[in-house]
Design a protein around this ligand. Structure first.
Ligand code: NAD
Length: 251
C-alpha cells in the first residue's frame, strides 16, 4: 500500500512514538488526524505539519467517533496507529497496602480497551472503502510492549494490558481478513520518550547500556520506520513484532 494521500489516525500522536509516526506519515505524503488528550502539544504539532488535531480520549466511544469523522473529512480513512498509552507502576502489596484496583482498571481501560475501541470504529469505517488493487482496505497497528512478555516488578497492570493488545491482534486480523483490513502490533523495548525521560538520568543510561545492540535507547524514528514497513508490506498481518535491540527485561 502506498502511504501518499492516504488518511491515518494516530492516537497518542501528540508525543513520543505517536508524534514520530505522525512525522513519518506526513513526510510520506499522508494526511493525519492526531488524536490525543494533550491538547496543547497536539495542536502545536498539527499546526507545524499542517494536519488536524482532535481531542480524543481513546476510552470514550464518542471521542473515537469524532476522530473517525475528522479523518473522513480529510478523505478515505486507511490507517490507524494506536500509540496512546500510560505506564504507571505499582507493586501488588506496597507501602500503602494492596495494589489500587482503580489504577489497574485505568491502565487496562486506556491501553487495552482504548486500543480496541479505536480499532472497532476504524475498522467499521475502513470496511466501506473501495479496495486497493491488492484487495486491501486498510491497516491497523497497535503498540504493545516487551512488558507483555517479560514484565517487571510493578508492571502487573501495564503488562496485562499490553499482553491483551498482543493477544487480540491475531483474532482481529483473522476476523477482518476477508474485508482486506490488516492488524499488526509492535512491542517496543525501551524508547527515549517522555514516558522514559521522567526517570533519573543514571537509570536511563543503564537502561540504554542494557540493550545488547545498538546499546542506545530506541528513537521514535526507529518505531516509525517499522510502522512504515508494516503499512507498505501487506504480507505482515496478525503478528506482534518485538522492536527492542534483543533486550530481555530482568525481574
Ligand atoms: P508518551 O507518554 O510520550 O506518549 C503517550 C501519549 O498517549 C501521550 O501523548 C498521552 O497524552 C497519550 N494518551 C494517554 N492517555 C490517553 C487517552 N486516554 N486517550 C488518548 N491519548 C492518551 O509515551 P510513548 O513512549 O510515546 O508511548 C507510546 C506507546 O508506546 C504507549 O502505548 C506505550 O505504552 C508504548 N511503549 C513505550 C515504550 C517506551 O519505552 N517509551 C516502551 C514500550 C511501549
Amino acid at each position: 500500500m502506498e502511504i501518499a494521500n492516504k488518511v491515518f489516525i494516530v492516537t497518542g500522536g501528540a508525543s513520543g512514538l505517536g508524534a514520530g509516526t505522525v512525522r513519518m506519515l506526513v513526510e510520506n505524503g499522508a494526511k493525519v488526524v492526531i488524536a490525543d488528550v494533550q491538547d496543547a502539544p497536539g495542536e502545536a504539532l498539527a499546526k507545524e505539519l499542517g494536519q488536524r488535531y482532535v481531542h480524543c480520549d481513546v476510552t470514550q466511544e464518542a471521542d473515537g467517533k469524532n476522530a473517525v469523522a475528522a479523518a473522513r473529512e480529510l478523505g478515505t480513512l486507511f490507517g490507524l496507529v494506536n500509540c496512546a498509552g500510560v505506564a504507571p507502576a505499582a507493586k501488588i502489596v506496597g507501602k500503602n497496602g494492596a495494589h489500587p484496583l482503580d489504577l489497574f482498571q485505568k491502565v487496562v481501560s486506556i491501553n487495552l480497551i482504548g486500543s480496541f475501541n479505536m480499532m472497532r470504529l476504524a475498522a467499521e469505517a475502513m470496511s466501506a472503502n473501495s479496495p486497493e488493487p491488492t484487495g486491501e482496505r486498510g491497516v491497523m497497528i497497535n503498540t504493545a510492549s516487551v512488558a507483555a512478555f517479560d514484565g517487571q516488578i510493578g508492571q502487573a497492570a501495564y503488562a496485562a494490558s499490553k499482553a491483551g493488545v498482543a493477544g487480540m491482534t491475531l483474532p482481529i486480523a483473522r476476523d477482518l481478513a476477508k474485508t482486506g483490513i490488516r492488524c499488526m502490533t509492535i512491542a517496543p523495548g525501551i524508547f527515549g520518550t517522555p514516558m522514559i525521560f521522567g526517570m533519573p538520568q543514571e537509570v536511563q543510561d543503564s537502561l540504554a547500556a542494557s540493550i545488547p545492540f545498538p546499546a542506545r535507547l530506541g528513537r521514535p524514528e526507529d518505531y516509525a520506520k517499522l510502522v512504515q514497513s508494516i503499512i507498505t508490506n501487506d504480507m505482515l498481518n496478525g503478528e506482534t513484532i518485538r522492536l527492542d535491540g534483543a533486550i530481555r527485561m530482568p525481574p
